[in-house]
Ligand binder design. Structure first.
Ligand code: PRT
Ligand code: MG
Length: 223
């Protein structure tokens, strides 16, 4: 099936545009690989590199694990937030790249007394893209929640009364502040991981291994 587009002697790396692409470039450079096209200006979804055996595909951040799981890409870079929702099936996760760092948090309207609502055992409406992570977090706390699945702009939900709280990733916190929301609980630290297709790891070891080693060395500098 995918043997034509992804032959045994070549490698395909799945990345999303933006911060993951940008932060992965120095790691690729450490492996001697340069992407020769710019995803921000090109409409191409398959990008060439200086190495004829290595290509980069551009996919949505949350689709990276799926492409790698099915072997359409041999390896990829995805946030821990995305990997927890995907479940990690079929993926080997050898390296924390320490890039695209942020945290997963609970946030509410500035006027909402979250601690009191939790103490009183209120049932909370929580809007999020990260339903698995949110479900586990509130279950562990013993808080009853109705989860509302969204695909983006979670910050809007409490403002218009869709939910009492959101679970979202936060980096600077300026989006929360701009919308009069406050972070009331930090669930976990997030960074992006290298994910490798389990079959590719065995069948393409010779080509993959030097790249994985270069990523490992270079990512230590991000600590
Ligand atoms: O954008 P798209 O819907 O395609 O998908 P995505 O948002 O999942 O992708 P992308 O490329 O934005 O993020 C890729 C990965 O980067 C995520 O999976 C996270 O692991 C990581 N990351 C790091 C972040 C942020 N920092 C971050 N700040 N992902 C999203 N954000 C959002 C945040 O939720 C807020 O809405 O960026 C906005 C600005 O954040 P503040 O706190 O700096 O204001
Ligand atoms: Mg985004």
């Amino acid at each position: 099936m995918s043997t034509f587009s992804n032959p045994a002697n070549s490698l395909i790396l799945a990345l999303s545009k933006g911060r993951i692409f940008d932060d992965t470039m120095p790691l690729l450079a450490a492996a001697g690989i340069t992407v020769t096209e710019n995803p921000e200006t090109s409409r191409k979804l398959i990008l060439a590199t200086n190495d004829p055996h290595v290509r980069v595909i551009i996919v949505r951040a949350s689709d990276v694990p799926t492409y790698v799981q099915y072997g359409a890409a041999d390896f990829g870079v995805a946030g821990k937030d995305v990997l927890l929702e995907h479940g990690g099936e079929g993926l080997y996760q050898p390296i924390d790249l320490n890039i695209a760092k942020c945290r997963m948090s609970v946030a509410v309207n500035a006027g909402f007394d979250y601690d009191k609502a939790v103490r009183q055992g209120a049932r909370l409406r929580v809007a999020t893209k990260f339903v698995q992570t949110a479900r586990e977090h509130f279950a562990a706390k013993g808080v009853h929640v109705d989860l509302i699945k969204l695909y983006g702009s979670m910050e809007l939900a409490p403002l218009v009364g869709l939910s009492d709280a959101i679970v979202d990733v936060v980096s600077t916190g300026s989006t929360l502040r701009a919308n009069n929301l406050v972070e009331v609980e930090e669930i976990m630290d997030i960074s992006s991981r290298l994910v490798v297709n389990q079959a590719a790891l065995k069948l393409k070891r010779e080509r993959l291994q030097p790249i994985l080693e270069a990523f490992e060395r270079a990512s230590r500098l991000n600590n």
